[in-house]
Design a protein around this ligand. Structure first.
Ligand code: DSN
Length: 420
């Protein structure tokens, strides 16, 4: 059963309640390896479902455009203070609706349309909003992209520097969505300083690792830090922008009134709760556990002949190039889903295939670590992935069904917040 119970919803709208219950069960029975997902705590779920959703609060604490902010102001202030304390930043804005609007607000704060942004190419592991051509950020701004080296699968900082010197971007993004290796914030900061650019560290994927001390922090290197709150940070769907005091006004003005209207107060409260959780020592253990699990899984997959981009991982994320397994990412991901192992197909650097039918798989260990799985389970997970990929190649649905049953059996021993 969903936790907290959704009895009122079940009475009022059994159709939606039934689908929500089924989704909770699905999440309980699957090994969830989507690198950008997690399981939030029941406390975060409760905060998300409160009466705060009823309230409009355009503006910032003490300077709102609506009355009745007696309780919303302290909630937002708590979220800000907790963000400042967890990440050690001078300024935090907790209002962006999600990662893409947060990043767009950064453009609004620092760039005029047509000016130059530099970010990691999407197929190399960057994010759409770092200037990729199909995104508004690639259409409205002049965008130049760096990638990774073909031989190492890693960012070539000499190439980044050369490109920056030639193109003179005003904004440089580091970070992305499919980067299995540590991001060298000091090196990016040096390049940004050399060309007079503002460095933005998009830590959406690794925010929980940074908060828990399992990845170096961009603080002191990047003038602006952008993050979602729902990936390794394990909060609700939302985002934050953090910065030095110097850029505080520009960031706040860009979020509101520049880009957004009223903040989602129920989300703000849930972000505050998640940041409270992230400030506890147990969160540090969790963050290190995520990395240990990813590295154990990467080692077990390598032993089974999987080709990992960059040869392994330093964080929560593994990128597999399936070319040597004779199957593309999409059919493999679909077979794995049938086997109870949920992940996403993904491009790999220099992928000869199309983004909607690419060569790779992307995996992350944030959710399974929340669930309580440890390094001792990773060889079994790798075995199931291997067997499923082989079964998909041989049209062997019986093996896939057998694995789905074994996955359910294993997970029955690991509680899930949100399910009882
Ligand atoms: N969609 C997110 C991810 O899966 O990485 C990034 O926006």
């Amino acid at each position: 059963m969903h936790q907290p119970a959704i009895t009122e919803l079940a009475a009022a709208d059994p159709e939606i309640a039934g689908l929500v219950e089924a989704e909770a069960k699905r999440q309980y029975e699957k090994i969830r390896l989507i690198a950008s997902e997690n399981y939030v705590s029941t406390a975060v779920l409760e905060a998300t479902g409160t009466v705060l959703t009823n309230k409009y609060s355009e503006g910032y604490a003490g300077k709102r455009y609506y009355e009745g902010q007696q309780l919303v102001d302290p909630i937002e202030t708590l979220a800000i203070e907790r963000a400042k304390s967890v990440f050690g930043v001078e300024h935090a804005n907790v209002q962006p609706y999600s990662g893409s609007p947060a990043n767009l607000a950064v453009y609004l704060a620092f760039l005029q349309p047509g000016e130059t942004v530099m970010g990691m190419a999407l197929p190399a592991g960057g994010h759409l909003t770092h200037g990729w051509s199909v995104s508004a950020t690639g259409k409205w701004f002049r965008s130049v992209a760096y990638g990774v080296r073909k031989d190492t699968g890693r960012i070539d900082l000499d190439e980044v520097r050369e490109l920056a010197l030639a193109e003179r971007p005003k904004l440089i993004f580091c970070g992305g969505t499919a980067i299995p290796r540590t991001i060298d914030f000091p090196a990016f900061a040096e390049i940004a300083q050399e060309v007079g650019a503002v460095l933005v560290a998009d830590i959406a994927h690794i925010a929980g690792l940074v908060a828990g001390g399992a990845h170096p922090s961009p603080v002191g290197h990047a003038a602006v830090i952008s993050t979602t709150t729902h990936k390794t940070l394990r909060g609700p769907r939302g985002a934050m922008l953090m910065s030095t005091e110097e850029h505080a006004k520009a960031i706040d003005k860009a979020v509101f009134p520049g880009l957004q209207g009223g903040p989602h107060n129920h989300t703000t409260a849930a972000i505050a709760v998640a940041l409270g959780e992230a400030s506890k020592p147990s969160f540090g253990e969790y963050a290190h556990g995520i990395v240990a699990n990813a590295q154990a899984l990467a080692a077990a997959l390598t032993e089974r002949g999987f080709d990992l981009v960059s040869g392994g991982t330093d964080n929560h994320l593994i990128l597999i190039d399936l070319t040597n397994k004779g199957i593309a990412g999409k059919p493999a991901a679909k077979a794995l889903d049938r086997a109870g192992i949920e992940l996403n197909y993904n491009t790999v650097p220099f992928d000869p295939r199309k983004p909607f039918d690419p060569s790779g798989l992307r995996l992350g260990t944030a959710a399974i670590t929340t669930r309580g799985l440890g390094t001792e389970q990773m060889p079994k997970v790798a075995e199931w992935i291997d067997q499923t990929v082989q079964a998909a190649n041989n049209d062997d649905e019986a093996t896939i069904e057998r694995i789905a049953g074994e996955v359910k059996e294993l997970l029955a021993g690991y509680p899930m917040p949100g399910w009882n």
